[in-house]
Design a protein around this ligand. Structure first.
Ligand SMILES: Nc1ncnc2c1ncn2[C@@H]1O[C@H](COP(=O)(O)OP(=O)(O)OP(=O)(O)O)[C@@H](O)[C@H]1O
Ligand SMILES: [Mg+2]
Length: 237
């Protein structure tokens, strides 16, 4: 990885715990500005926990997470978000009692370069006709689009997306893929958790494989066709 530009996100030997349970055992990875990187791995491998550790919402962490050179370990979630990191959790975190517009406008703007609501509507046209619908009325795909749209307004430059395609119909998965590629073109940096490596291969530059709280492999997307069997054995598919 020595020929890569300086990493925007540089995680070294990250350890993480839920109470007494030691779950992350040394996650090390780098993401350069403008890259789309996936974390692949089986259920319970530690993908979500890694994202939670980056956001500072895991109870206890050790090791180092540098973002644009600054150490995040030990900072409050609020301070971490304000450095320009947007998090889209696995459950999407939509407020069911708020409308689509209200959900979009809720998160504080933390940096320059955030998208306007009009730009978010251009990216996700499905949201336009749902502007006044409540969160509870949205389909899974609409919820996912809203969850991503919501963090685009904030000005975050690094997006952490946890299984954005989970449970969605193929046509919606394709729409999410189009959006992720557009976001990359616009210069966003994206760390994406996925179990669907077919989807991952359509959007990502590189893939890290997570197993039992450690990064056990790294695969360039261009090399994926040669590594399918290896990847399948990691994922148990
Ligand atoms: N709130 C929690 N309290 C205690 N242990 C937890 C908690 N959440 C997750 N774990 C454990 O931590 C480990 C890693 O879980 P994590 O949710 O990070 O996995 P994952 O890779 O995201 O899996 P999935 O693909 O199922 O989402 C698992 O052993 C899980 O059981
Ligand atoms: Mg998870």
């Amino acid at each position: 990885m020595s020929d890569q530009p300086a990493a925007m996100l540089d995680i070294h030997d990250l350890q993480g715990w839920y109470d007494e349970s030691h779950v992350l055992h040394g996650i090390s990875l780098k993401v350069a500005r403008g890259e789309v990187i996936t974390l692949l791995g089986r259920n319970g491998a530690g993908k979500t926990t890694s994202l939670r550790a980056i956001m500072g919402i895991l109870g206890r962490t050790a090791g180092s997470i540098r973002f644009n050179g600054a150490e995040l370990v030990g900072l409050s979630p609020d301070k971490i978000a304000r450095k320009g990191i947007g998090y889209c959790p696995e459950d999407r975190g939509i407020f069911s009692g708020l409308t689509v517009d209200e959900n979009l406008l809720l998160p504080p703007v933390v940096g320059k370069g955030g998208m306007s609501v009009a730009e978010i509507h251009t990216l996700f046209p499905n949201l336009v006709e749902r502007r006044t619908s409540f969160g509870t009325k949205l389909s899974g795909g609409e919820q996912q689009m809203l969850a991503i749209g919501r963090i685009l307004r904030t000005g975050a430059s690094l997006l952490l997306l946890d299984e954005p395609t989970e449970g969605l119909a193929p046509v919606i998965v394709q729409q999410i893929g189009v959006a992720v590629r557009l976001l990359k073109q616009r210069g966003f940096t994206i760390l994406l958790v996925e179990q669907n490596f077919h989807f991952a291969s359509t959007v990502a530059d590189r893939h890290y494989v997570v197993e039992e709280g450690k990064i056990v492999d790294e695969i360039a997307n261009d090399d994926l066709p040669n590594q399918t069997e290896r990847l399948k054995s990691y994922l148990g598919v």
